[in-house]
Each structure stands twice: as structure tokens, then as C-alpha cells.
Design a binder for this molecule. Sequence first.
Ligand code: ADP
Ligand code: MG
Length: 237
Amino acid sequence: AQHELARKERLAAIGEITATVSHELRNPMGTLVSSVEVLRRSLHEPGPEARGELERIQRTVWRCVRIIEDLLEFSRRRELSLAPLAVDGWLRQQLAEQQGLGSVRLRLDLAAAAVVRADGERLWQAIANLLQNAVQAIEASTPQGGGEVTIATRIEGGTLVLSVADNGGGMEKTVRARLFEPLFSTKAFGVGLGMPLVKRIVEQHGGEVRVASEPGCGTTVALRLPLAARQAGTGDG
Ligand code: ADP
Ligand code: MG
């Protein structure tokens, strides 16, 4: 029991440090994000090499920002701040600002015209994590005909189904079984907080996560969220 208590205290201390450090890293990373953007705009005709490097810096900086956001979200249990969210339009808007898909094609199949009560910031964090996993799965497997990610929405009864599908390498059963385990990662530089966070955020919204994945055929992750009460059961938007 003594031992268990010491372990819990240590974990709590680590959580505290993680929260503080990731919070402190937020501002300097924000500076980097905007400096790189200013630099990119001020170079009028950068050669292909310079442009490639700038894009790489930008993607890398964004990756760091996401890791920090994930650590922060994971180490602090915050209350959701819920508001009605018209999902399809919101998704289009968020995706327009999204960076770092590289050469992956993005297909949208938005047909829900749904409104959910959600914390947009958290929900986006979940979707951004799914997108990142999809892109990484594609980059690791180079599918024939090119990598493609499809984001789709549809309504099933009183539920919004928002799915992110990729044609990357898919998952072995052993990976699938540990998918939601914190710190589980098969990547050289993976943190292993993405899927646990996705699950936590979706469950905080009263929803659930379903995963379909076959080695060699890609992966589909479906977030199932309850429709806003006003809309549930009417079938229209
Ligand atoms: P990380 O991305 O840091 O490794 P995640 O929690 O996001 O952590 O994912 C855990 C593991 O699940 C990944 O390392 C990978 O093995 C597997 N995984 C997640 N999403 C996909 C996907 N779309 N395709 C294939 N494997 C995936
Ligand atoms: Mg991930």
C-alpha cells in the first residue's frame, strides 16, 4: 500500500510538471508559428529547396504544437465548454486552416447537416489527432495510387457519425487491442496519447469511438456523437 501511494504521488508530480512545462512551451511555440509564416510570406520567389525547407519547418513546428496541446489536455481534466455546433460547415472551416497533410489527398463527404452540442476546441483536437494518424499511416505505407483521407459525416437515428478513413497500412490485431492505452505507440517518435485523448474527449461528449482496421486495407475511425436535442429525431437540418 505504501508502495502504491508512492507511485501515485510520483505520477501526480509528473502530471503537474507536464502541465507546467507544456503550458510554458505554448508561447515560444506560438512565436515560432508566426515567425515562420512571416518569413514564408516575405520570401517572394523562394527556390524549390528553400520552399521545401520552409514547409518542413512549418510542418514540424505544427507537430510540436500538437504534442504540447495533447500533453496539456491529457494532464489536465478541464470541464467542457459546450455550444451548438453545425458540424459540416465547422469542419470545412477548420480543414481550410489545417496544415501538414503533405501530399495526401483529402476527400470530404459531408452529408449530415447536423448540429451537436460540443466543445469545438476539444472536438477539433480529437479530429486533428485522427488526421495526423491517418497521414502518418499513409506516409509509412505509400499506398498505390496515392494516399487518401476521407472525412465523412452522416446521421444515424439520433447520432452523428463523423468518420476519418485512410488507405494506409492498417493495424495488426495486437496494435488494435492496445490502441487506447496511454503511451502505447508503434512509431519511433510517437507519444501514444492521441487515441486515448480521442476516446476521452468523445466520451466526455457522451459519444463513443469505433475503429475498423485491416492490415493492408487502411483504417476507419468513427466518432459517434449524440445530436443536439432540438435536432434529434427530426431527420432534417
Ligand atoms: P501515436 O500516434 O503517438 O503513436 P496514437 O495514440 O495516436 O499514438 O496511436 C497509437 C498507435 O495506434 C499508433 O502508434 C499506430 O500504431 C496505431 N494507429 C493509430 N491510428 C492509426 C491509423 N490510422 N492507421 C494505422 N495505425 C494507426
Ligand atoms: Mg497519433
